[in-house]
Write a protein that binds this ligand. Structure first.
Ligand SMILES: NC(=O)c1ccc[n+]([C@@H]2O[C@H](COP(=O)([O-])OP(=O)(O)OC[C@H]3O[C@@H](n4cnc5c(N)ncnc54)[C@H](O)[C@@H]3O)[C@@H](O)[C@H]2O)c1
Ligand SMILES: [Zn+2]
Length: 433
């Protein structure tokens, strides 16, 4: 099945413009020790450092606070981020931040900390109800009234690419749905990316976050092209504009890094060269997907994470059941790319070869990318599909309903997505091998 052509023959014709944006970057070992200088250059003097308790336990956020203070800045630490933030945890962080007159923020952590800092920055710059900003139709999708304060991101996982993106994701507890806030003003102004800070990542987090990178790369590379949409006015342009030549370049450099270093970083966490490759891959994928967008596996991931019952992943906080973001995304990826193959066989085959050239030998071309993903999952301790995290065939209808709510992502898929297609994907994803 290929996508219905849109944008041709309409009043305005097809889109002719794409947009691309990213933060300023500082990359390399010990880059984090220069952060006092960098934040001072941004003109901030009262800075809140935002992190979660697990990252705080590594000592890195305290080191960042000290470096900021040495540069003459007034810096405090908030270490109360919830791993995989919720509307309630975002509000707690905002309430804490409202107690100070911050003119800059530094996020130290994975996507959970960076996204929380984005929400804190927005909500303290232009206070409103959280739902005013949350993406429509769940919230009102309002734009910030003006520029927010400078936010510097120090990613400590090699995964989300949240240091590059304009979105912040959260669980809305009452609605049992994961959604977010999306606006170019949320993007950090600077990403300080230091591979050494990822050496302390435990294998379970290395694996789950690594699959987030992989799916960002594969989904944005196979996304519907930007010029298959109808032309938009400038004020209608969305954060995710579809596959485009600039995002493609980043993705073409992401997959070889993952092929070379994912298994090594998982097996030997002290290997700085592998950690450097993984962090670079996360950054590259963020610069690609953060503009092009992601589609089916991410849309399916939201109900998989949101409806979890009893699963407790290794190496994550144990207080409550969870399916970590990257794990929730990859579980349906092999099935999803089987179903998107016909939309662009060349891209699926290129990706399979880049990830695992041994799959070139598989006779059935459609199976090469699913098999490359599945082999990597087996080598890095991922559960064997949805059944491995507690779902059964009679959950599929509920999961389909949740995925269909993610229309913002599904419209980026290279095929038309309906309940029948999702039923095939979720059912095949119950067991991957
Ligand atoms: N904004 C975006 O563009 C974007 C993209 C993808 C995902 N997300 C969101 O990001 C969140 C997931 O973020 P994540 O996958 O980066 O993980 P995370 O921030 O949730 O962290 C995962 C775990 O690893 C620990 N940890 C992080 N860095 C560590 C380090 N260096 N050493 C030891 N422990 C460390 C944390 O304490 C936590 O327990 C989800 O909420 C997801 O929806 C956002
Ligand atoms: Zn993701």
């Amino acid at each position: 099945m290929t996508s219905t052509p849109v944008g041709t023959g309409t009043e305005h014709g097809p889109e002719t413009v794409f947009t691309w944006g990213g933060p300023a970057l500082k990359f390399g070992v010990d880059a984090v020790d220069e952060i006092g200088y960098d934040v001072a250059q941004l003109g901030a003097s009262r800075v809140l450092v935002v992190t979660d308790p697990g990252v705080a336990a590594t000592g890195l956020p305290h080191r960042v606070v000290e470096t900021l203070r040495k540069a003459g800045l007034n810096a405090e630490l908030f270490a109360g981020v919830h791993v995989e933030p919720t509307d309630a945890s975002m509000k707690e962080a905002v309430e804490f931040a409202q107690g100070g007159d911050w003119d800059g923020f530094v996020a130290v952590g994975g996507g959970s900390s960076i996204d929380t800092a984005k929400a804190v920055n927005l909500m303290t710059s232009y206070p409103a109800d959280l739902y005013d900003y949350i993406n429509a139709p769940i919230g009102l999708g309002k734009a910030p009234a003006g520029p927010v304060k400078p936010l510097v991101a120090v990613p400590t996982t090699a995964g989300t690419g949240a240091e590059s993106t304009t979105v912040c994701i959260m669980d809305l507890l009452d609605l049992r749905v994961k959604t977010g806030i999306s606006h170019p003003r949320l993007r950090p102004v600077l990403a300080v990316v230091d591979p050494r800070v990822t050496l302390s990542l435990p294998p379970g987090v290395t694996a789950a976050t690594g699959f987030d990178i992989l799916c960002h790369a594969l989904e944005s590379y196979t996304a519907r092209p930007y010029d298959s949409y109808p032309k938009r006015r400038p004020e209608e342009r969305v954060a995710y504009c579809g596959a485009n030549p600039v995002s493609d370049v980043w993705i073409q450099h992401t997959l070889p890094l993952l092929a070379r270093s994912f298994r090594t970083a998982y097996r030997d966490g002290d290997d700085l060269a592998a950690r450097t490759d993984m962090l670079q891959a996360a950054l590259f994928a963020g610069l690609g997907f953060g503009n092009a967008g992601v589609h089916i596996p991410h849309a399916c991931a939201y109900p998989i994470a949101g409806r979890v019952r009893g699963f407790h992943p290794v190496d994550y906080p144990d207080e409550e059941p969870m399916v970590p973001h990257g794990m929730s995304v990859v579980l349906t990826a092999p099935a999803a790319f089987r179903h998107t193959f016909d939309a662009n066989p060349e891209r699926h085959l290129w990706a399979a070869h880049a990830l695992d050239p041994a799959t070139d030998d598989l006779g059935e071309e459609r199976e090469r990318l699913p098999e490359a993903i599945s082999r990597l999952m087996r080598d890095t301790g991922m559960p064997n599909g949805l059944s491995g995290v507690g779902y059964a065939a009679d959950d599929v209808a509920d999961l389909i309903g949740g995925a269909l709510q993610q229309q913002r992502l599904l419209t980026i898929a290279p095929v038309d997505v309906n309940a029948e297609l999702l039923e095939g994907i979720f059912t095949e994803a119950l067991r991957v091998w």
